[in-house]
Structures are given as C-alpha cells and as structure tokens.
Design a protein around this ligand. Structure first.
Ligand code: IPD
Ligand code: CA
Ligand code: CA
Length: 266
C-alpha cells in the first residue's frame, strides 16, 4: 500500500534520526551521558536524534505542536495536530551496547492518534501504521498473533527499577503472569515491545509508569494489526495513566484478568 504524504514525512525523519543513532551507537563509549533521575540516563545521542526529528517534522509541517521526551511541550499555531516523539526509546540498552532501541513518532489529530512510526536502526526494522490503513513492517502487513490460550504465549513487560515505584505490586503481577504463560520477556524499549505485539512476535504486553511518547505510535500499531490495547481497568486511559495492557482480543482479556488477581499461592 502506498504511504500517505504525512507518513512519508515521518518515515524520512525517523530514518535520518536513525542514521544519527546508528553512528552514535558505534561510538557509544565516547558519548556524554547525564543522569535525569535515579536510573534514568540521557545521552548526546538522545539529544541529537531529537534535534533531527524536531527539525524535519517542523520543516514539513510548520505549526504542529510537539510533545518530546527531552524538550517537553513545544506549542504550535495548529492546535489540531501534535507530534508525540521519543527520539531514543531504550537508552539504557543503547548505552550498554544492546541493539534493542527505537525511535517512536506518533501523530495526534484532534486528540486521536492517526499515524505512527517506530524504527529500530540497529536491525533496520521500520514499523508504520495509519488509522484505517493497517500496520506494516518494512512494507509487510502486520497481524497480531493468533494464539488464544495464555498457556501458549510469550508476554512482554517492563520491570520497574531504581527510581520507579510499585515494585511490590509489580512482583505480584509478574508472579501471577509467569505462572500462566510459556515465557515472559523484558526487552527494554516499550515502543518496540508494542511493535512486536503488532508483528505477532510477542502475544501480549503490560507495563506501568510509561510516558505518552513510549506508547503513542505503538497503540495505533497494535490496533491497526487487529489487536486490543487498554489500561488495566479496560479503559482508554493509557496515555494519562502510563499503564498499558495489550494483545489479541483473547489474550488482552486474559491478561486483564490475570493482572487483577491477588497473589497466588506457590
Ligand atoms: C524506557 C523504555 C523501557 C521502559 C521504561 C522507559 P527510555 O524509555 O521504554 O522499556 O521500561 O519505562 O522509560 O527512557 O529508554 O526512553
Ligand atoms: Ca521511552
Ligand atoms: Ca527516550
């Protein structure tokens, strides 16, 4: 399916920022790194990629507003459109030389996510989606996995760490999920986790304390691949609450149920 003009703009911006990340990844030991908070790092690579994305997107669509991880809110004259951007999702992986990181760009129109791009430069995998137009990986149409029994599934998650709260509640959730599934994975880039659910590589995903830029593109990607996404209560408050649960219809439902269970006996 040919890409729309706006999706092309997003793809070009992501590829250009991706080349910058790939160069920095090759010299990761020379990058300046600073600490934003406990366990929360930012590097020159994040800032350089964000600069490229801001320049490319604002040149193509002057006036659109931004919500970017490093710059925060950048207001624009056009109050109908907003870019939601994570220039490097998976900074911890990146700084450790783990090639699992991505660029995530979501476009919101009147409060609704209408286009999304997630790009992993290390694997040259480009995920795209447009509302009503399906989801793709390097031009191959995506469909969520079809497994319907939790016992057959691989489920992705994000493990809270230093500086992130609710470790105890998370351990209860993990204990209940791990007892019911074939495998649990923690990849370290929430945007890529969501893209992998869209691609059927993982059957489901849940995480808390995420930010809108981690999820905006991925939510659309999963829905356009036929999947279901919600907050843990089954509502649509993912961007507001930071909590997300995803999968195909059956796995999404089963995960919601399992995540609500009290701690199971050993
Ligand atoms: C992080 C990644 C990670 C998730 C963290 C996020 P960052 O984003 O998405 O998988 O578990 O909660 O903050 O900081 O690398 O952009
Ligand atoms: Ca992120
Ligand atoms: Ca980031």
């Amino acid at each position: 399916m040919p890409r729309s003009a706006i999706l092309n703009v997003m793809v070009q911006a992501a590829m250009k920022a991706g080349r910058s990340l790939a160069r920095d990844f090759g010299e990761v030991q020379n990058l300046q790194v600073s600490l934003k908070g406990p366990g929360d790092f930012v590097s020159q690579a994040d800032h350089r990629a964000e600069e490229i994305l801001h320049n490319e997107l604002s040149r193509a669509r002057p006036g659109y507003a931004f919500l970017m991880e490093e710059r925060g809110v950048v207001s624009g004259e056009d109050d109908q459109h907003r870019w939601i951007v994570d220039p490097l999702d998976g900074t911890t992986n990146f700084l450790h030389g783990l090639p699992i990181f991505s660029i995530s760009i979501g476009l919101e129109r009147q409060g609704q996510i209408v286009a999304g791009v997630i790009y992993n430069p290390a694997m040259d995998e480009l995920y795209t989606a447009e509302r009503g137009g399906g989801a793709f990986m390097n031009d191959r149409r995506l469909r969520v996995a079809s497994r319907t029994k939790l016992t057959d599934t691989v489920i992705g998650t994000g493990v809270p760490h230093l500086g992130r709260g609710h470790h105890g509640n998370y351990l209860i959730e993990l204990r209940n999920v791990m007892a019911e599934v074939s495998g649990v994975r923690r990849l370290g880039s929430a945007a890529l986790d969501l893209a992998y659910v869209a691609a059927g590589r993982m059957d489901g995903f849940w995480e808390h304390a995420l930010s809108p830029w981690d999820m905006a593109a991925g939510i659309l990607m999963i829905r356009e691949a036929g999947g279901f996404v919600s907050d843990p209560a089954g509502g649509a408050g993912m961007l507001e609450s930071g909590s997300i649960v995803a999968g195909n219809e059956a796995i999404h439902r089963a995960l919601l149920k399992t995540l609500k269970k009290p701690l199971a006996p050993r």
